[in-house]
Design a protein around this ligand. Structure first.
Ligand code: ADP
Ligand code: MG
Length: 727
């Protein structure tokens, strides 16, 4: 058998040779069982191809789960108890597992042709009661009678309703009388049948290899890999399962860390950069004379990191993380001026025109008296101006360029690009990153010099995630907000009485000459609908609560000119209230705006709301943010209690799970199968340290005791990962 195709996220690694699986010992399924559990979890994408096919045998069903070999089977882990949530904890939109008891169960009559048969059950745990809805399985009405304990996986739709994607009856949910593993099943194969398959192949566990050298494993106080798999599938004691799972998670994290670090080394060594290590006449003068404020300790530390990175012959790859207003641009400008110190050029690339314009404006205020030449280049730069600018860039006369991705277009030539700053880097792809690398000049030996790159993000990411997401970047954090930022008080507003009081509060601020934002809900991922919601609300407020004030409207469907006018009017103070969609997230800086009201705040994520409220609290007056939404929402309560973006990001991660935090979905690396972040943070840190140690000791992993680890890497990430790292 040929090895399976590698997967990016550590699926499938068993450490045992792939052998075809035997289906002996598994009874053919009944028609009822065949259609059991309509959706497969946790790998729905694989199953979708098999949906609609009624697999006649367990074999087909197992294949539908992606189980082709014994190795796959042993890696198909049971549902995890620690994932289970209680009913009271569920928030609208959450996908979760719950353990409940059936109180009442009833099939809903099918009235029309084409209507999906539904079974509704009233289910309860010790915290609450809800309605569970099963699709396309009318027989469940008889199968799961009142009193049956169920493990349900699905999505909480709000209004006490839970749509079930997968389910299994369970005996051991409470007392732990019999320890039986429950597996994510699929159409055609039940959890019980999967357990039977496991038993049938139990003998294969003897072939599982231990990839960690004894020396490393003993230090980690973890069971061996074979023991871990046995503990997970056939637990004797309640603590077996979690211990086994920890070991499997550790392996997954270690392989991921090793891969990320090796990729980073490879990239780093394949590129050379101009070391910026000479004296610093311009940046020093700027630091000493031009800055209108005192740098925060974090900013100084960040500049020290940057100075050190720039002095190296390898390009800087640093991520600067800090909330809006934490002073990232100042650090970025420092990096850019270090290029100018060496007679070279620098570029700053932002994801939108508004952001590029904003950065350009900030740079200009930070460099009074036009310290060095700087220009703005975006899609709307007039052709004549653009031509002139490109000429001065190619001749080296122009030192700094700020812009959108227009700056990496083919025709844009730099005479000597040495530093690039990339804002909100997760919005740019790999291709854009390598386009930047190619903008550098040729060195003395004719080799291409890559620019040093500073990435910036205003999305605070907990350290756990930063390690797994940006393991290939060095990370610097600006936590401390500059002096003079006013704290924002955030209140949760529910019900009509509180709403009326909130409007009164806003009118007080308006009468005192200050301004307010009203943010309207993201009804769906549709700009048009969002615009309509804002427009309706605008009309309502103009005729009602704010009829004595000047109100303007801003949404994404307006023409660019109308948008600019609305923003300008608000910025100039000729509008008191700005009713807007979340387009105001970026691009508005109005210190006189001291109130923000967010309608249907439950519809936004924590980080989005936190970014939104960053639009107030920018002046000398205290600000207030009013979140209209449910008092039950843990997300909204977190926002009312905390103002630090990093704390909020940790909470967000805990509430939503790693895959949901902004930008992580695309990553692949964060999509772990066994490991759960942030719960397994401690394991991740250990894996990180161990990977570092291993790479320092044996970068190519050629020592004989690392042989099995290398096999594991190749099996999970592919042979290409084993290419030697260029020296
Ligand atoms: P970010 O890019 O992180 O959002 P900026 O660098 O644009 O933050 O800074 C936001 C504002 O705060 C700017 O007007 C900037 O001049 C100002 N600022 C930056 N650092 C400091 C500081 N240490 N003290 C006072 N004001 C600062
Ligand atoms: Mg900025």
């Amino acid at each position: 058998m040929t090895p399976r195709a590698p997967t990016a996220n550590g699926l499938h690694y068993t450490g045992i040779r792939p052998v075809p699986m035997s289906f002996a010992g598994v009874e053919p399924l009944s028609a009822e069982q065949l259609a059991d559990a309509p959706l497969h979890w946790p790998r729905p994408s694989r199953l979708r191809t098999a949906l609609g096919v009624k697999p006649p045998r367990a074999e087909r069903a197992a294949r539908a789960l992606g189980l082709e070999t014994v190795g796959d089977l042993l890696e198909h882990l049971p549902w995890e108890r620690r994932e289970a949530r209680t009913i009271v904890e569920l928030a609208t939109g959450d996908t979760a597992t719950v353990v409940v008891e059936v109180q009442v169960i009833k099939a809903r009559p099918v009235r029309r042709r084409g209507m999906r048969p539904l079974v509704e059950a009233t289910v309860a745990d010790s915290t609450g009661v809800m309605k569970a809805v099963f699709f396309n399985q009318p027989w469940l009405e008889r199968k799961y009678s009142a009193g049956t304990r169920l493990m349900l996986h699905g999505t909480y739709r709000g209004r006490n309703s839970f749509s079930v994607q997968a389910h299994a009856a369970t005996q051991d949910a409470i007392g732990g009388r019999a320890l039986v593993a429950h597996y994510p099943a699929s159409q055609g194969i039940s959890s019980t049948q999967l357990l039977a398959l496991m038993r049938a192949h139990q003998g294969a566990l003897d072939d599982v290899v231990e990839p960690l050298p004894a020396r490393l494993r003993s230090g980690q106080r973890l069971p061996d890999r074979r023991g871990a798999l046995i503990a997970v599938h056939f637990p004797d004691q309640p603590e077996d399962e979690p211990a086994g799972r920890r070991r499997l998670a550790f392996d997954e994290l270690l392989l991921a860390q090793l891969t990320t670090m090796r990729r980073r080394e490879r990239r780093r060594r394949s590129l050379v950069a101009q070391p910026l290590d000479a004296a610093s006449p311009i940046s020093n003068r700027w630091l000493a004379e031009s800055l209108p404020f005192v740098l925060t300790a974090d900013q100084r530390a960040a500049m020290a990191d940057v100075r050190k990175d720039l002095a190296a012959r390898r390009p800087m790859q640093r991520l600067l993380m800090g909330e809006v207003g934490s002073g990232k641009t100042v650090v970025a400008l420092f990096a850019m001026l270090r290029a100018v110190d060496h007679g070279a050029q620098a570029v700053l690339m932002a994801p939108t025109e508004t952001l590029a314009e904003q950065h350009f404006a900030t740079l200009q205020t930070l460099m009074p008296g036009a310290l060095v030449s700087a220009e703005l280049l975006t899609g709307s730069t007039p052709a004549a101006r653009r031509r002139g600018l490109l000429g001065r860039l190619a001749s080296g006369e122009l030192a700094l360029l700020v812009g959108t991705h227009a700056v990496i277009e083919e025709q844009v030539e730099f005479a000597r690009l040495a530093v690039a700053v990339v804002d909100e880097q997760h919005r740019f792809g790999v291709r854009q990153r390598s386009a930047l690398d190619r903008k550098g000049p040729l060195g003395n030996a004719g080799e291409r010099l890559a620019p040093h790159v500073l990435h910036m993000t205003a999305t605070p990411i907990p350290r756990t995630l930063a390690l797994s997401l940006y393991g290939d970047l060095d990370v610097t954090v600006l936590r401390e907000l500059p002096q003079g930022r006013r704290p924002i008080t955030t209140h949760l507003v529910s019900g009509e009485r509180e709403r009326a009081r909130a409007y009164e509060r806003i009118r007080e601020e308006l009468r005192a000459g200050r301004q307010a934002f009203v943010v309207c809900p993201l009804v769906e991922e549709s700009e048009a609908l969002q615009a309509r919601a804002a427009t309706v609300e605008f009309e309502r407020l103009v005729a009602g609560e704010f009829r004595d004030f000047r109100v303007s409207l801003l949404h994404g469907q307006l023409r660019p000119k109308a948008k600019q006018e609305a923003m300008a009017a608000f910025a100039a103070g000729s509008a008191d209230v700005l009713v807007a969609t979340s387009v105001i997230e970026v691009g508005i800086d109005v210190p006189n705006a001291t109130v923000m009201l967010v309608e249907d705040a439950d519809r936004y994520g924590i980080s989005q709301l936190h970014q939104l409220r960053g639009r107030i609290g920018r002046g000398s007056d205290p600000s207030v943010c009013l979140l209209f939404g449910s008092r039950e929402s843990r997300r909204l309560r977190a926002l009312a209690e905390h103002s630090d973006g990093f704390t909020l990001a940790e909470i967000d991660l805990r509430l939503r799970g790693e895959g949901e935090v902004i930008g992580t979905r695309q990553s692949g690396i964060a999509g772990f199968r066994v490991a759960r972040l942030p719960d397994d943070q401690e394991l991740l840190e250990r894996a990180h340290r161990l990977a570092q140690e291993l790479i320092e000791l044996d970068p190519e992993l050629i020592a004989p005791e690392h042989r099995l680890l290398v096999d594991a890497l190749a099996e999970v990430y592919g042979e290409a990962e084993l290419e030697p790292i260029p020296g």
